[in-house]
Design a protein around this ligand. Structure first.
Ligand code: GDP
Ligand code: IMO
Ligand code: MG
Length: 420
């Protein structure tokens, strides 16, 4: 069997959690392969709304094995909090959650370093979620990180102290004011984590495939935040693109099946960095209000703008997307005129639809095409054939431009507000 991979194609928060939860019954395994508590994936069903940060979005389906892969950076304190909240909601994560021993651990000092680096950057700050993501991946690549498997080793405390002391030296060098008051909850959370099923997840996933099971890999963030292909340096510290699933789970490219690309019918971004179609005034405010565009992890207001087609085509290209899933079509229904950016005008006057190195480093002016709005939905259409005429036009245009079919349209946050 194959691993289907679900990815965000924009700057994150496309609605990945909702769709993983929706698709999960078709799969035996749901696996996270990168990122960590910087993610906030919202699920809504049966009148309940729940945000997951590190736990895969298949967790509410008891028959599904949920895997936290080696590519993830795990904060034990947030993990403990998430598990306790899930247990209150009748989920049973002790039965259907498996954690890679090779996943990296986020230490309290990683979080302090994140804050110190952001402060040192001043007005050029990334707008990090301050969950310690960058510093933890730095230690991974610098070959000095601590991993989940280390927590059962006799020298864990010693190695923790050694790494912590290195971090404290950096914090002192940066003259960063801090209080290290999270060590007690950290060690309590490490003890809590020891009670879970810690595995070599590459064997687990490949064995499941060999036995004929289907696997869904759940991406976090989005392709435009990818460490290599995003709007660097305003990115996260992992490969959020399709290839990240291979390194983050230990699966060969040949087992990749469908690549589902999730995108909003418009764009949002939290944190700093270029956003060519950003709307600053009443229209942007209306998108934020109608779309409830406030961060699921930090509560920050999200920046909003029209759909950026060159950026979407770029994400489709680097990921080999085979199916597109369009989210939040209901939100655009509140607008009479809807715009799509088809190209960028550079400072030189050149018009381009390429996200070149130069383009990503200068102010560009979007070139727009207008569409007529489709109004608000009175109820959920039974199939994609029953969508309003104007929405259908909008979708056909995106399909034609990207060369990829739109196979799912979402018109509300609830599991049931999904048309496929
Ligand atoms: P993720 O990080 O990609 O999982 O997305 P988030 O959960 O951070 O943000 C998506 C937000 O949009 C959440 O609040 C969802 O409940 C909500 N949402 C998802 N799909 C739709 C939709 O089709 N329409 C509306 N109005 N809201 C949606
Ligand atoms: P999900 O999985 C939206 C953004 C941050 C910041 C940049 C770097 O919910 O889509 P980091 O904390 O990773 O160092 O922050 O990336 N960012 C996200 N934006 N959704 C996310 O995850 C994000 N994870 C990180 O706002 O601009
Ligand atoms: Mg999110």
């Amino acid at each position: 069997m194959k691993v289907d991979i679900l990815l965000g194609l924009q700057w994150g928060d496309e609605g990945k959690g909702k769709i993983v939860d929706f698709l999960a019954p078709k799969y035996t395994v749901v696996a996270r392969f990168q990122g960590g508590p910087n993610a906030g994936h919202t699920l809504e069903f049966d009148g309940m709304k729940h945000v997951l940060h590190q736990i895969p979005s298949g967790i509410f389906r008891k028959s599904i094995a949920n895997v936290i892969g080696n590519g993830v950076v795990l904060d034990p304190v947030i993990f403990q909090r998430e598990i306790m909240a899930l247990e209150d909601l009748q989920a049973d994560p002790r039965q259907n959650l498996y954690i890679s021993k090779k996943a990296q651990l986020i230490l309290p000092t990683h979080r302090l370093l994140d804050a110190a680096y952001e402060k040192a950057k001043g007005k050029d700050k990334i707008g990090s979620t301050l969950k310690g993501i960058g510093p933890t991946y730095q230690d991974k690549i610098g070959r000095q990180g601590l991993r989940v498997g280390d927590i059962v080793m006799p020298d864990f405390n010693e190695r923790y102290e050694a790494l912590k002391n290195k971090h404290l030296e950096v914090l002192d060098f940066l003259k960063f004011d801090y209080e290290l008051d999270e060590e007690k909850p950290f060690f309590a959370a490490i003890e809590f984590l020891r009670g879970f099923t810690l595995i070599d997840s590459e064997y687990f996933v490949n064995q499941k495939l060999k036995e004929g099971n289907s696997v869904l890999a759940e991406g976090a963030q989005g392709s435009l935040l990818d460490i290599d292909f995003g709007s660097y340096p305003f990115v996260t510290s992992s490969n959020t693109m399709v290839a990240g699933a291979c390194t983050g789970l230990g699966i060969p490219p040949a087992v990749v099946g469908e690549v589902y690309g999730v995108f909003k019918a418009y764009c949002t971004r939290v944190g700093s960095g270029p956003f060519p179609t950003e709307l600053h005034e009443a229209t942007g405010e209306k998108l934020r209000e109608v779309g409830h565009e406030f961060g699921a992890t930090t509560g920050r207001p999200r920046r909003t703008g029209w759909l950026d087609l060159p950026a979407l085509k770029y994400s489709v290209m680097i990921n080999g997307v085979t199916q597109l899933f369009m989210m939040k079509a209901d939100v655009l229904g509140h607008f009479d005129e809807i715009k799509v950016c088809t190209a960028y005008k550079l400072a030189s006057g050149e018009i381009t639809d390429k996200l070149s190195f130069e383009m990503m480093n200068e102010e560009v002016e979007p070139v727009y095409k207008s569409f007529k709005g489709w109004g608000v939905f009175a109820d959920v259409p039974g199939s994609l054939d029953e969508l309003p005429f104007e929405l259908n036009n909008y979708i056909r245009y995106i399909e034609q431009e990207t060369g990829v079919p739109v196979k799912l349209v979402s018109i509300g946050p609830d599991r049931t507000e999904t048309i496929s």
